[in-house]
Design a protein. Structure first.
Length: 372
C-alpha cells in the first residue's frame, strides 16, 4: 500500500496551508463569520484564483478533477485552519451536481463562472420532517405550461445567503417513491422566500419557502437520487477530512495550554490523569486518520462499498470529534467556551459536522446496511 503524497499533492497541500496561514493566522475567522454571508466573499474569490474551487470539477468542465487522496489533503489542511468558506456546499455538492446533471445549454451558461467562483449554487435538499432519511422529500413539482410549478419548503440550506441559485430536490415527476427530481432555481425567481438564520458554528443557513413558483423546463436537471448520492459521498469524505484537521488543531491547542497553565505550582500537563485523557484523544485522531487512509484505497466507482465505508468513517468522526471538543473545553476550564479561544470555535464546527447532513446514528445504519 502506498500512502505517500505525490509531488502534485504536496504542492496542493502547501498551497492550502499557505492560504490558511495568510488569512486565518491572526484571528480573522470571527470577522469573516460576522458578515451577512457567514464568510468573506473576497476570500472566496481568492479560492477561485488559486484554483482550489476548480478541484471540485472535472477537467472537461475546466476543473482539476481530484481523487480521494487529494480531496482529503485539501480538507484536512482547511480543517486545521477552521476556515469559514463553504467550499463543500458550493463546489463539491451543488457545483459538482450541476456539472453532472445540467443540459449542455444550461451548463454552457453557468459552468465557467461556477469553476472560477464568480457564481455560487447551493443544494436545497433537507426538509424538516426528513429525520436523516435521504429519500424523504415533500416538495412537489408539477408540469405547467412549458415548464414546472414547485411548491414546498426546505428547512436547512447551509450558506444559502447571497447565492445565484439553488438546486432544489422534489418528489419525482414520474411518480416514483424511490427517486426524486432536481431543478435549478435562480435566486431571483419570483415567489421564492428566503429566511436566513445562524447555525451553531456561526455560519449562515436559510429556510426556503415557495408556493407554485414557475421554473422553465430547461432548468430541470437530468439527474436523480443516484447523482445526488454520488456528490454527497464525495462531500462526506471532505467533511471527514475537515473533522480530522479540526481535531488536530483543537488537540494541539489544548496540549500547549496544558504545558503552560500551572495549578498547585505545576503545569497541568504534569498530572497523570490529564495525560491519560489526552492520550485517549491522540489515539482517536490516529484512528480517524487510518480510517480516512482506508478510503483512499477504494475506487470512486465502487459506489456501494465506498458509500458504506464513508458512512462508517462519518459515524466514527462525528462521535470522536464531538468527544474531543468536550474534553478540550473541560481541560481549558471556563475560558474554553469563550469566543477568544480557538477550541470553542473548533468545537462548534465539529458539532455541526457531526450532525449535518445526517447524524452518527444514521451513518451507522448505512454502514450496517439498514434501510433508512
Amino acid at each position: 500500500m502506498h500512502f505517500q503524497l505525490s509531488d502534485d499533492q504536496k504542492m496542493l497541500k502547501s498551497l492550502v496551508e499557505r492560504f490558511v496561514q495568510d488569512h486565518y493566522a491572526d484571528g480573522q475567522r470571527n470577522t469573516y463569520l460576522a458578515t451577512p454571508y457567514g464568510f468573506s466573499p473576497e476570500i472566496w474569490a481568492l479560492l477561485g484564483e488559486l484554483g482550489i474551487i476548480a478541484t471540485a470539477f472535472d477537467e472537461s468542465d475546466g476543473g482539476f478533477e481530484t481523487d480521494i487522496k487529494t480531496l482529503t489533503v485539501i480538507f484536512e489542511a482547511l480543517g486545521r485552519g477552521i476556515t469559514a468558506e463553504p467550499l463543500i456546499e458550493y463546489a463539491y455538492e451543488a457545483g459538482a451536481l450541476f456539472a453532472a446533471t445540467a443540459s449542455p445549454e444550461l451548463k454552457t451558461a453557468w459552468i465557467d463562472q461556477l469553476v472560477s467562483g464568480e457564481k455560487r449554487l447551493v443544494l436545497a435538499h433537507t426538509e424538516q420532517r426528513a429525520r436523516d432519511n435521504p429519500l424523504w422529500v415533500e416538495v412537489e413539482a408539477k408540469r405547467k405550461d412549458d415548464g414546472f410549478s414547485l411548491t414546498g419548503s426546505k428547512s436547512l440550506v447551509p450558506s444559502g445567503v447571497g447565492v445565484d441559485g439553488y438546486i432544489i430536490s422534489t418528489k419525482s415527476i414520474d411518480g416514483s417513491e424511490d427517486d426524486l427530481s432536481l431543478f435549478l432555481v435562480p435566486a431571483e425567481t419570483p415567489g421564492l422566500r428566503v429566511a436566513p438564520y445562524r447555525l451553531v458554528d456561526g455560519r449562515v443557513a436559510v429556510k426556503l419557502d415557495f408556493d407554485a413558483i414557475q421554473i422553465p423546463a430547461s432548468h430541470k436537471l437530468n439527474g436523480s437520487i443516484q447523482a445526488l448520492t454520488a456528490v454527497q459521498q464525495k462531500a462526506d469524505i471532505a467533511r471527514c477530512a475537515e473533522t480530522l484537521g479540526l481535531m488536530e488543531t483543537v488537540f494541539e491547542t489544548t496540549l500547549e495550554y496544558l504545558k503552560t497553565r500551572k495549578q498547585f505550582g505545576r503545569p497541568l500537563g504534569s498530572f497523570q490523569a490529564l495525560q491519560h485523557r489526552m492520550v485517549e484523544q491522540y489515539v482517536a485522531i490516529d484512528q480517524l486518520r487510518s480510517l480516512i487512509l482506508r478510503l483512499t484505497l477504494l475506487k470512486s466507482n465502487e459506489t456501494v462499498e465506498l458509500g458504506e465505508m464513508i458512512a462508517g468513517v462519518r459515524a466514527f468522526a462525528a462521535e470522536a470529534g464531538t468527544a474531543l471538543g468536550h474534553e478540550a473545553i473541560q481541560l481549558h476550564g471556563g475560558m474554553g467556551v469563550s469566543e477568544e479561544v480557538i477550541v470553542a470555535t473548533g468545537h462548534k464546527r465539529l458539532m455541526m459536522l457531526a450532525r449535518y447532513p445526517y447524524s452518527a446514528e444514521s451513518a451507522m445504519d448505512i454502514y450496517a446496511g439498514v434501510s433508512a
